[in-house]
Write a protein that binds this ligand. Structure first.
Ligand SMILES: CC(C)(COP(=O)(O)OP(=O)(O)OC[C@H]1O[C@@H](n2cnc3c(N)ncnc32)[C@H](O)[C@@H]1OP(=O)(O)O)[C@@H](O)C(=O)NCCC(=O)NCCS
Length: 161
């Protein structure tokens, strides 16, 4: 059975690994090495200085092995990722370890993140997903709606309350 718990401060390496996995979703495209990608200005915002107020990361564990991560954080008008909509709406990212995908772990992680965000009084969550990424179907199934789709940023929004 999958156990979902908070990521510990000493497990930031797993956040880096899962951030790279979240970007590396296209089977036909090879990304540059992780060290390079993770320092890219558009990527670094998703992990730099992790532990700021509001930063939330939930890990899925299966038989003691970390198999997936969902995380969200708040951004500012000055510094944000592609999924940014406003300073009160955290942007979420998710990845499940290759080999454990397609068996419901991503959905469990998302539901846990939504529950946590609701508990913390968050009204909406946003994310950015490529139009061709099959993950879009999962997000839509869980209630995410396209946000200004004509701008090509692939943003989706979930209203929590
Ligand atoms: C997207 C992801 C987190 C979903 O987690 P998961 O455990 O595979 O998802 P679940 O089993 O709960 O749900 C299956 C749904 O996930 C999506 N999915 C995306 N990539 C998938 C993959 N490689 N295998 C299976 N499902 C995938 C589909 O929407 C699928 O729904 P469908 O059966 O209607 O096609 C995971 O597949 C993953 O890490 N993919 C690569 C990284 C990525 O794309 N991250 C999101 C960036 S926005």
């Amino acid at each position: 059975m999958t156990e979902i718990r908070d990521l510990r401060d000493d497990e930031l390496g797993f956040l880096h690994e899962m951030l790279y996995a979240a970007l590396d979703w296209r089977p036909d495209v090879e990304l540059p090495p992780a060290e390079w990608v993770l320092e890219h200005p558009q990527v670094v915002v998703f992990h730099a200085d992790w532990g700021r107020p509001g930063d939330t990361a939930l890990v899925a564990e299966l038989a003691g092995e970390k198999v997936g991560l969902v995380w969200y954080r708040l951004f500012t008008e000055e510094s944000h990722g592609e999924g940014f909509v406003d300073e009160l709406t955290p942007e979420l990212a998710i990845a499940v370890v290759d080999g454990f995908r397609g068996r419901g772990i991503g959905e469990e992680l998302l539901n846990a993140a939504h529950e946590r965000a609701r508990r913390d009084g968050i009204a909406r969550l946003s994310l950015s997903v490529d139009a061709e990424n099959p993950a879009r179907r999962l997000y839509a199934r869980l209630g995410y709606a396209d946000y200004e789709p004509e701008d090509g940023l692939g943003r989706m929004i979930l209203v929590l309350r």
